[in-house]
Design a protein around this ligand. Structure first.
Ligand code: GAL
Length: 650
């Protein structure tokens, strides 16, 4: 982690998202004092305030922002300043409509919401650099400003990919560079002989939308890679300017939960640390849960759907701590189909959970509930009438600020990669067999056994882990295969379904799955089965639904076989030395196999009660009850509903 972050290295702190431009000037001091009283250390400001910073082209108005920063400074608050590029003002859009993104259906999107820009637009890039530089020059050395956030939630509202306009033009030159000007190489990489898709030159290639029937998955993969690279470039341009004019400040970005439209590892390379925005009740509304399950978790969120994000963003730069929650739900939200009030205790529980998973700062969204526009149904720490809302009261009662920020130490790592995600979700083959569900299947099993996990990109440093699990790594280049082979030498290695099905360009390996890693796994794929809901088979003693695949052992030993269905008698789980391949979607089967392997690696396996989770940070073990009823712990203690307990050493 960067050494430039003395303001949050040692102990846990709180923050809040603050919008001075939404309130009359005579309230600002009062709100700053209120934040201090709640124990808040950071105020994040200005991420949507471009129309106030530059009301007309080239005409800057810094007076209000100067005062807002001074008021926060005078109250002893640390300021996180944001580049305002998530909301280009109307005058800019009118002058340059070509900066607007094109949606998947080919329609131009408009001003009036947010994120209405194409990351590849040269003219928008120019204005993004210009406003970033103006802001950084003015506030870069201000003593209150400790760090920067770029833009806001890249990709929010499906804006990572623009399916025409500037992106279509840049996509062609991006492909030209990727294939070194060799159109035959592109045709070969994508398999364009299929359905006469061969191109004579790069100028003939469009984004892969609005085609008749299915687009070519290799075309889709490269378009997704391209769009991701545009986010990387957009971010890097801002970060370079911020570092130039605001030295000795950290720079971050606030990512979204389980967001998948760009490669977050690549966009984080230039940052000091990653942050993400935690809205647990919204996560449940959009989860692949049954209606009953959604109701069960509606007021608390689901523990694993929250913590997997903490573990992903902590690992974004290969760290064991130090990510933040930049926006944390502190009441009800406004953007999900249904927006229930959180359970009593939930805001405190989410805050502690963040700390327990390695976060150094939790910053709430937002201080006072908005009385205007799109978010006037959304809670703040303060209600519309400025009284302390339920979440605000829980924050006031939290005795968490100042807790030590130790490392999360775990010998278990899950591998995660956005390119594998893109190819799996482009062709799930069984509707429910998505990448996130497959990753969550393994993650949930580990969490229910009380096992802490790191999450890493397969090409990050994996040395030191005793158990490496690749639940859904479908894309396998020679380079990645070499990295995995090396990492697996000194660890137990577990491969999940569809492991190494495809090459780097999205074709199937000529010798089938798992291509170059057959020697490691000691088996190869025979058949796979994409099952509709309700269709099941049995593997060993367990029921398997949604996805199953079977293997031909090549030196490996069959541990579990299918007992019925078209794969009856074939291998569902194969072990070859320290490498185990699991081909079936079945939580109990995965649990059985992982429990044996973890025990073999000397890692303690528990059987946590339903709705109870633990997380270890340094010496502390945090127990969390996500149930809305009291729940017994293994030692007989009864945990109150929606509560936590931090124990040292046990
Ligand atoms: C986030 C966003 C915030 C606010 C919030 C409401 O996704 O970054 O600006 O809109 O949602 O829950």
């Amino acid at each position: 982690m960067s050494s430039l972050i003395p303001d949050h290295r040692d102990h846990f702190q709180l923050g809040v998202c603050h919008y001075p431009e939404h309130w009359p000037r005579d309230r600002w001091e009062r709100y700053a004092e209120q934040m201090k009283r709640l124990g808040i250390a950071y105020a994040r400001i200005a991420e949507f305030a471009w129309s106030r910073m530059e009301p007309r082209p080239g005409e800057y108005d810094w007076g209000w922002l100067d005062e807002a920063v001074e008021v926060l400074h005078a109250a002893g608050l640390k300021v996180i300043l944001c580049t305002p590029t998530a909301t280009p003002p109307a005058w800019l859009v009118r002058a340059h409509p070509e900066m607007l993104p094109i949606d998947h259906e080919g329609r131009r999107r408009n001003h009036g919401g947010r994120k209405h820009y194409d990351h590849a637009s040269p003219v928008y890039r120019e204005h993004s650099r210009r406003i970033t530089e103006a802001l950084a020059r003015r506030y870069g050395a201000h003593p209150a400003v400790v760090g920067w956030q770029t833009d806001n939630e890249f990709g929010c509202a499906e804006t990572t990919r623009s399916w025409g306009g500037a992106s279509a033009v840049r996509f062609r030159s991006w492909l030209d560079a990727r294939y070194a000007g060799d159109i035959a190489a592109l045709n070969e990489a994508w398999g364009n002989v299929f359905w006469s898709q061969e191109y004579n030159d790069f100028g003939q290639i469009d984004p892969p939308n609005l085609v008749c029937e299915f687009p070519n998955p290799s075309h889709v993969l490269d378009f997704y890679r391209f769009a991701s690279d545009m986010v990387v470039e957009f971010q890097e341009e801002q970060v370079e300017i911020l570092r130039r004019f605001s030295p000795d400040r950290w720079v971050t970005h606030n990512y979204m939960r389980l967001f998948d439209e760009f490669d977050h590892y690549a966009t984080s390379t230039c940052l000091d640390f990653a942050t993400w925005d935690n809205y647990p009740t919204g996560g449940v509304e959009y989860a692949a849960f049954s209606p009953e399950e959604k109701t069960r978790w509606a007021r608390t969120g689901h523990p694993d759907l929250v913590s997997i994000n903490h573990d992903i963003y902590r690992g974004m730069k290969g760290e064991k701590r130090g990510a933040w929650v930049m926006e944390q739900q502190n009441g009800q939200i406004n953007w999900a189909p249904n927006n229930p009030l959180p359970a009593t205790g939930a805001v405190a529980l989410w805050t502690v959970q963040a700390w327990a998973h390695g976060c150094d700062v939790v910053s709430y969204f937002r201080d006072r509930a908005a009385t205007i526009a799109q978010e006037l149904m959304h809670s703040g720490l303060l209600r519309h009438d400025e009284t302390l809302d339920i979440g605000g009261q829980e924050v006031a009662g939290l005795e968490l600020s100042g807790r030590p920020c130790a490392d999360v130490q775990t010998p278990v790592v899950l591998l995660h990669d956005y390119e594998s995600l893109w190819v799996q979700n482009a062709q799930p083959h069984a509707q429910a067999a998505t990448y996130w569900e497959q990753l969550l299947l393994f993650y949930g099993v580990l969490r229910a056994m009380g096992v802490d996990v790191d999450i890493r990109h397969p090409e990050q440093d994996l040395s030191g882990y005793r158990v490496i699990i690749a639940p859904a790594i479908q894309l396998m280049s020679e380079r990645r295969a070499a990295a995995i082979r090396a990492a697996a030498t000194n660890a137990i290695f577990v491969a999940g379904p569809r492991f190494a099905y495809r090459t780097e360009t999205g074709r199937v390996h000529e010798d089938g799955q798992p291509g170059p890693l057959k020697d490691l796994l000691g088996c190869k794929l025979r058949n796979f089965d994409g099952m509709r809901p309700g269709l099941t088979v049995r593997a060993g003693t367990h029921e398997v639904g949604i996805w199953s695949e079977c293997y031909e052992p090549l030196g490996g030993e069959t541990l579990v076989r299918y007992e019925d269905g078209p794969m009856q008698g074939q291998a569902a789980v194969v072990r070859h030395r320290n490498a185990v391949t699991i081909g079936a979607w079945s939580a109990p089967l995965i649990r059985e196999v992982l429990a044996t392997l973890l025990t073999e690696a000397g890692i303690r396996v528990m059987d946590l009660p339903d709705g109870i989770r633990i997380a270890r940070r340094g010496e502390a073990v945090t127990w969390m009850n996500y149930n809305q009823h009291p729940a017994p712990l293994p030692d007989g203690t009864i945990m109150p509903p929606v509560s936590f307990e931090v124990r040292v050493g046990g």
